[in-house]
Design a protein around this ligand. Structure first.
Ligand code: UGA
Length: 438
């Protein structure tokens, strides 16, 4: 099948390369000409494990091509995936500007050609697919028959390729049975269960899934705070809870909370949409608020462990919003740095991330020194905060912390290190939801 993907972010690229790998002919389009030029040379502008290999082998096989002009894609492809960004600001309003700009550029195709299907994969407010279809039908000549379908994307950054080939589910929200049938056939080679539903349910299923994950994480963090206050050990509590299949073990890790380009903005967007619809989402709203408090909570814990932080050097281990990516969008590290600077003007902050250093150097204030190794960042530090649970940090030995740092105090913001072993060897390691060792 001839396909196009508009929006060459991680989701778009993994989708395009994935379908090309299944034998389809795919053109990946983005208005960012610099990005397209890089991709055409086989350079992937993201740290996304496995993506480069799938892209390169499909470009070499001639099944995957790149372009920067979305207007003609409907003339050349019978199926178009839209994977453009839908950012939301602090008010929660999701911006559909990129989506409408693409939809409004699509030009008519010839009368002799078949019906087209546009699949919205971007996360959007409920009702967007219907609005998009009406907008296109209004503008295009009558012979241009088009169905707009919602197939929300559930892939995670850092696992995008695996999630494409092994999806947890494929939700097809459509108002046209022929389109549903075509898309069901297309996805049948992938192992996930297919849920055929209407467009509004598909759109809400995506927002609700991300909001549910956000609520679960904030619940974990609040119970962890209670564990700290009552002398319980949160990782053990989480393990016990997670063994109940009705609760499940995933997304129960307490720490610095959820970040990234999806969970925070989708939760805010759901809250906003729900308020407008007259069905307030009080739990999701509380989860967003609880999450925003976590960096400050960490700074308060640091203050309890380290006197006069304004005159000290503190190292952040990890800057990306989670391991496996160089993405720092809405990363807890950003809020943590802001809180450290706000409460302790003059504090010295160094940082190191195995993948996000280049992004960090463009993004962080000049008061933060981004270092090329954990050793360099920790050199002479009075305390360190584990912000992202990269495996590399688990390999730092107690003796290294003691030799490199001025005082070996580690605030483990992700419960990533072996606190008991470090504490036994003279490193103060304070986790989340755990009793500090005295
Ligand atoms: C999330 C969803 O998991 C995907 O299913 C969805 O497709 C994607 O958003 C999207 O909407 O595009 P992603 O943003 O890549 O994927 O990140 P997650 O792996 O969900 O992690 C989100 C945040 O939660 C991270 O900051 C992570 O550190 C945090 N987290 C995760 C916790 O604090 N505790 C946990 O137990 C798990």
């Amino acid at each position: 099948m001839r396909m196009a993907v508009v929006g060459a972010g991680i989701v778009g690229l993994a989708t395009g390369a994935g379908f090309a790998d299944l034998g389809h002919s795919v053109q990946c389009v983005d208005i960012d000409t610099g990005k397209i030029a890089q991709l055409s040379r086989g350079i992937i502008p993201y740290h996304e494990p496995g993506l480069e290999a799938v892209v390169v082998r499909n470009v070499s096989a001639g099944r995957l091509t790149f372009g920067h002009e979305p207007s003609r894609v409907l003339q050349e492809a019978e199926l178009v995936f839209l994977t453009v960004g839908t950012p939301s600001g602090d008010t929660g309003e999701m911006s559909l500007a990129a989506l409408w700009s693409v939809i409004d550029r699509f030009e008519a195709w010839s009368a002799s050609e078949t019906r087209r299907i546009i699949v919205i994969k971007s996360t959007v407010p409920v009702g967007t697919a219907e609005r998009a279809e009406a907008r296109l039908r209004n503008r295009l000549p009558e012979h241009c028959l088009v169905d707009v379908v919602s197939i929300p994307e559930f892939m995670r950054e850092g696992c995008a390729v695996r999630d494409f080939f092994e999806p947890t589910r494929i939700v097809i929200g459509s108002a046209n049975s022929e389109a549903t049938e075509k898309l069901t056939q297309l996805h049948q080679r992938l192992p996930g269960p297919i849920v055929a539903t209407d467009r509004r349910s598909a759109e809400l299923a995506k927002l609700a899934a991300n909001a549910c994950l956000a609520v679960k994480i904030s619940f974990a963090n609040e119970i962890a705070a209670l564990a700290e206050q009552t002398g319980a050990d949160y990782p053990s509590v989480a393990h016990s809870m997670g063994l109940d299949p009705r609760i499940g073990p995933h997304f129960l890790s307490a720490g610095l909370g959820f970040g990234g380009s999806c969970l925070p903005k989708d939760a805010r967007a759901l809250v906003r949409m729900a308020d407008e619809a007259g069905a307030p989402q009080t739990l999701v709203e509380a989860a967003v608020r609880a999450n925003a408090m976590l960096p400050l909570r960490m700074v308060r814990k640091l203050e309890a462990a380290l006197s006069d932080p304004a005159r000290r050097k503190v190292t952040l281990l990890g800057l990306a919003f989670k391991p496996g990516t160089d993405d720092m969008r809405e990363a807890p590290s950003l809020r943590l740095i802001a809180e450290l600077n706000r409460r302790h003007p003059g504090i010295t902050i160094t940082a190191y991330d195995p993948e996000a250093n280049a992004v960090a150097r463009k993004l962080l204030p000049s008061t933060v020194t981004v270092c090329d190794s954990a050793e360099e960042a920790l050199n002479g530090a009075d305390a360190a905060i584990v912000v992202t649970e990269w495996r590399e940090f688990r390999q730092i030995k107690a003796d290294d912390f003691k030799n490199w740092m001025n005082r070996p105090i580690i605030m483990d913001g992700r419960n990533a290190l072996d606190a008991a072993a470090l504490n036994a060897q003279g490193v103060v390691c304070i986790g989340v939801g755990r009793l500090p060792v005295v």
